[in-house]
Design a protein around this ligand. Structure first.
Ligand code: S3P
Length: 176
């Protein structure tokens, strides 16, 4: 992989972006960052708290600003985005401007929902199954714009997902 290239991990809430991003970076021997954690650290409030108190549009502005800051700092080569970040055209353009290679973790809704419902992360944009499902469907068209789609099955193991991503990226770099 071109060493100027960054990888952004995108996909719906609960698809595994954070853990795959962290392990992928470890396997590649590069730094990683989780955009939601970056926001939490800098805003001293989690994305969920920001959405609940200031609303989603205010959160999206903070998120886009945070993405720009992260991209300007060259130390993180793997960036895991929050589930909605890739649905914003300006963020996709920004990622392309910074030579990012985007990877969509395409997990079935049932897997995502199980993690959303069973996890301890508050996700105000997916308060119930019906809302989550309709958001999941409406966002697929945006996730499809990623450079690479990695299907995640019900028994997917993070290490295998990472190996698949690396092998796909190698194929792409060979053809360049
Ligand atoms: C959001 C997903 C969350 C977080 C925020 C909004 C979304 O991140 O950024 O609650 O719009 O899908 P995860 O995808 O890590 O849950």
């Amino acid at each position: 992989m071109n060493h100027n290239c960054r990888i952004v991990i995108v996909g719906f809430m609960g698809c595994g972006k954070t853990s795959v991003g962290r392990r992928l970076a470890r396997a590649l021997g590069v730094g990683s960052i989780d955009l939601d954690s970056f926001i939490t650290k800098h805003e001293r409030r989690s994305p969920a708290e920001i959405i609940e108190t200031d609303g989603e549009p205010a959160f999206r502005k903070i998120e886009s600003r945070a993405l720009r800051k992260v991209l300007e700092d060259s130390s993180s080569s793997v960036i895991s985005l929050g589930g909605g970040a890739w649905t914003i055209e300006a963020n996709r353009t920004l990622a392309a401007d910074y030579n990012c290679f985007s990877v969509w973790l395409d997990a079935p809704f049932e897997i995502c929902w199980k993690r959303i419902a069973g996890g301890n992360t508050n996700r105000p944009l997916a308060p119930n199954r019906r809302n989550a499902k309709s958001l999941y469907e409406s966002r697929r068209k945006d996730y499809k714009r990623a450079n690479l789609r990695i299907g995640i099955g019900p028994r997917a193991v993070v290490e295998n997902t990472v190996m698949r991503i690396i092998s796909e990226i190698e194929k792409v770099s060979e053809t360049k």
